[in-house]
Structures are given as structure tokens and as C-alpha cells.
Unconditional design. Structure first.
Length: 495
């Protein structure tokens, strides 16, 4: 009996040793070969920080607020903005071709010397979100003053995303000054309604499609350089969006007979709707922890060893990882289609039974989930034919196809990030919101979402909020980035 027990224990011990070795090998081979030390970069070429700051300042003074109602007066600032750009960037406007698309979106073309090469496109948007008048007293500098103070440029759009638009034009103007001639054609696409409809970017895509243009790569806004990407990861990481979520809002409604509250039925319209909402929230859509695998592979060496072990061995530790991810709303949103009840309405008086109750539920769809699939999930979760489902408006859209990241284009982008920002690693991630980039997937397989600027959590809080600003040195860093990436992708030469 004792020898048998000893034999079993020996076999168990050997199995555990093999398991530990297997887990360790997977951990070591899982993460990318990221160098944590600062890369040896070439001496950065000087950028006229004062000129860049002045140009952004003047751009922020033109209140190109999203024209939700599409009124003629609401578009006048965009006309003024176009005139300002022509004044500030004379070489761009004399040597590049410029098209006005859908009246207010802009498309610049810098023809390359080799028309056989597929072009690249860099994107940004002209419009900014409005400012609540009640918040003006909380701004250190007025939102449309474009003030240059305390080492920063202040105003609505300083981080979202006139900084990117100005940095792109600044870079192209510099390259033109040097006599640079691209081999590959370069486009700059600046939509005018990203914050509302996105029709401008769609019109740009259709204009290019009608002319048979297929793009080799696109970079729009999206991720940025950030710290604290994961617990224990202290170094900055360049988060590059390789895809984004889809979007849908459903209206759940219940119709019932009105009456006096003194004689209510067993369930009122509001009660039926409330139970439907409770069931829906109790049955979220499936989660996909492996959706974060590309990000963890990229930054694994910078993460605590425990995290490296966990993500390298999801087959063994997937349950623990899943529980941790779902406990945080930010990481939960990165691995599943989210369900958010955002509006509810029903009843007109406290003693009258409502004849109708309705709620709006917003879904942000993971790539792979479909609108039809989400609707079917909602029906099964609610299990009540008295609740009617209908899509709201025409804004529903599937998640665009994600771009592959094991490509020369992504490798080149990562290399330029490391060169410009001192060895900062690049990690692919899924953008949770919507950008104009989704439209470009119709004519390009390599669409990435990235703004080359290190944004602190405090600065990020000012986007669409109070006190939006960008430090001048960070704006200059954006120009340097494009000064490197544009030649890297267009392969030209200086005269």
C-alpha cells in the first residue's frame, strides 16, 4: 500500500514539474521582443515650436463646432478655417492638390513619383465638440482663445484633434521647404463632422473609390502614448488602434392600457419594461479575453511576471484572468459587446397608469459580434413578447474589420514610434469609441488609429471637458513623428 502511494506521489510530482516547465516556457516565448531600455535614436531634427504653437493657437480660435443641425450659419466657421489653413501653410496650398469634398471636408493630394505604388493617407477632423456655457468660469483660458500660456496651447480641439491636423500640415510644409518629393502618393483627409455624423470622411472615401484609389495604409486619431496601461506597467506605451467597435441603439417599448393607479394590473407597462431591463443586464453578451492577447504580447516584458504567466497560459488560468478583466468596466469593455441602458421614459402623472414605457439601450459591438446576433441575444434574454424592439435612427453599424498587426506597415509604424519617443513600445488595441477611420476600411486593409502624443490622465480628462490644452513640446513631438513617418512610408528623397 505504501509503495503504491509513494509511486502515485512521484507521478504527481513529475506531472507538476512538467506542468510548471510548460507554463514557464510558454511565458518566456509568449511576449514580443520588446526592449525596455531607451532605444538609440538619431538626433531629432529641430522643429520650430513657436511656429507650430502659433498655428495651432490660430486654428483653435476658429470655433468649428460640430454642426448637428446642419444649418448654413453653422458651417461659416469651416469656410473661415479653410482660408486660415491656406494662409498658414502656403507651400501646402500651392504645391499639393486640394479638393473640397461634401462642401466642407478637405482632401489634399501630394502626387508621388511612382504611380504604381498604392498611396497612404493621414486623417484628422476639423470639427470640435461644443462647450457648455455654464463651464466657462472653470476654464483657466477661454475655450476659443487659443491662448499660449504656461507652456501649453489652450482651447477646444487642442487634443481632439486639431493638434493632429496642424501637426500633419506643419510636417508637410517642412518637407516641402526641404524639397522633399515622395515616391508614393500621400493624401491628407480632414473630415468636417466626425463628432456627429461622419459623413465627411465617408464622402472622402467615396470620392477616392470612384477614382479607383486603393490605399496601402491609413493613420487616423485613436490611441496615443499612455502610462499605466496595465497594473504594474510603469513605462509609456503607444496604443495603436487596429480596430474599433460597432454601434447600435435599441428602443425597448411596452404598450398597455391606461387607467387609474387605484386599480392597477398585476404588471404595469413600466413594471414589464423594468423586468426586461433587469433580465438584459443580468445576461451580458459573451466575453472574449483573448481579444487582449495582441496587447499583452506586445507589452508583456514590461508587465509583472504574474500577468505574463496568466496571459501566456489562458488555457490554464483563463478563468482567473476573465474574472479580473470583467471586474473593471474599462477592461470589461475591451473584451465584450457592452450593454448600457441610457434613457428611460414612462408615465405623465403619479396617479395615472402609463399607456407606454420605453428605454434606450446602447450597444458597442465587438468585432465578430453582429447587429442581428445582438438583437437575437436581447430577445432571448428578455423572454417577453410584450416588449417590442426597434433600432433607433440610422446610426447602427457593424464593427469594421480589424487590421492585421503582423505586417510591414505596423512594424514600420512601431519603429518610428520607438525612434521618435526613445524606445517606447507599441501595442495594438481595440478602440472602444467611433472614429472616421472606420470608413477607410472600405478602401484599405491597414487602417490604424493613433495620435503621436503622450497624454496624461489629467490631460485626457480635458478632452470634451474643461481646460483642454496641449504642451507645446508635445505638439512639436507630433511634428517630429510625422517628419519621420511620412518619408518612411512614402519613400521619397530631398532635392
Amino acid at each position: 500500500m505504501i509503495p503504491t502511494l509513494i509511486t502515485i506521489l512521484i507521478f504527481v510530482l513529475i506531472a507538476l514539474l512538467f506542468l510548471a516547465a510548460f507554463v514557464l516556457i510558454r511565458t518566456v516565448t509568449f511576449s514580443g521582443k520588446m526592449k525596455l531600455e531607451a532605444a538609440k535614436t538619431a538626433e531629432p531634427e529641430p522643429v520650430d515650436e513657436q511656429r507650430a504653437a502659433e498655428h495651432l493657437s490660430r486654428a483653435l480660435q476658429v470655433a468649428t463646432i460640430s454642426n448637428l443641425e446642419r444649418t448654413p450659419a453653422g458651417y461659416l466657421p469651416f469656410v473661415e478655417f479653410h482660408q486660415l489653413l491656406a494662409e498658414m501653410f502656403p507651400r501646402v496650398h500651392s504645391q499639393l492638390q486640394r479638393e473640397r469634398i461634401a462642401d466642407y471636408s478637405l482632401l489634399y493630394c501630394w502626387p508621388g513619383s511612382n504611380p504604381d505604388l498604392e498611396p497612404v493617407l493621414f486623417a484628422a477632423h476639423q470639427d470640435v465638440v461644443p462647450v457648455d456655457p455654464a463651464s466657462l468660469s472653470a476654464w483657466l483660458q477661454l475655450p476659443f482663445s487659443g491662448a499660449v500660456a504656461d507652456g501649453s496651447v489652450w482651447g477646444r480641439g487642442a487634443l481632439d484633434i486639431k493638434n493632429q491636423l496642424i501637426a500633419l500640415l506643419e510636417s508637410v510644409e517642412i518637407l516641402l521647404e526641404r524639397g522633399y518629393q515622395p515616391e508614393r502618393t500621400l493624401y491628407l483627409g480632414f473630415g468636417h463632422d466626425e463628432e456627429t455624423w461622419g459623413d465627411g470622411a465617408l464622402a472622402i472615401v467615396n470620392w477616392l473609390k470612384e477614382r479607383g484609389v486603393r490605399l496601402s495604409a491609413v493613420v487616423d486619431e485613436g490611441g496615443s502614448l499612455m502610462t499605466g496601461v496595465l497594473p504594474g506597467v510603469e513605462i509609456p506605451v503607444a496604443l495603436v488602434g487596429y480596430g474599433e467597435k460597432g454601434y447600435m441603439t435599441l428602443r425597448l417599448s411596452v404598450d398597455a392600457a391606461p387607467g387609474h393607479s387605484a386599480m392597477p394590473p398585476a404588471q404595469t407597462a413600466i413594471g414589464i419594461l423594468a423586468r426586461a431591463i433587469a433580465r438584459l443586464e443580468a445576461h451580458p453578451l459573451p466575453d472574449y479575453p483573448r481579444a487582449l492577447t495582441p496587447l499583452f504580447k506586445a507589452i508583456g516584458p514590461a508587465a509583472p511576471f504574474s500577468l505574463q504567466v496568466a496571459f501566456a497560459n489562458l488555457w490554464l488560468l483563463g478563468g482567473i484572468v476573465r474574472k479580473r478583466l470583467l471586474a473593471n468596466p474599462k477592461t470589461a469593455a475591451a473584451i465584450r459587446t457592452t450593454t448600457a441602458v441610457t434613457m428611460i421614459q414612462g408615465g405623465i402623472k403619479d396617479n395615472i397608469l402609463p399607456n407606454r414605457a420605453e428605454a434606450l439601450v446602447n450597444f458597442r459591438l465587438m468585432p465578430g459580434d453582429t447587429i442581428a446576433g445582438v438583437c437575437e441575444h436581447v430577445r432571448k434574454a428578455i423572454r417577453d413578447e410584450r416588449v417590442t424592439l426597434e433600432a433607433v435612427g440610422e446610426s447602427a453599424r457593424e464593427a469594421p474589420a480589424p487590421s492585421a498587426v503582423d505586417t510591414p506597415v505596423f512594424a514600420s509604424l512601431s519603429a518610428v514610434v520607438a525612434e521618435t519617443f526613445g524606445g517606447v513600445p507599441t501595442a495594438p488595441y481595440l478602440v472602444l469609441g467611433a472614429t472616421d477611420a472606420r470608413h477607410y476600411t472600405a478602401i484599405c486593409d491597414q487602417v490604424f488609429r493613433f495620435s503621436p502624443v503622450l497624454v496624461t490622465s489629467e490631460e485626457m480628462a480635458t478632452v470634451h471637458g474643461i481646460g483642454e490644452h496641449i504642451p507645446v513640446e508635445k505638439l512639436a513631438g507630433m511634428v517630429r513623428f510625422y517628419n519621420t513617418l511620412i518619408p518612411a512610408w512614402t519613400g521619397g528623397s530631398e532635392a
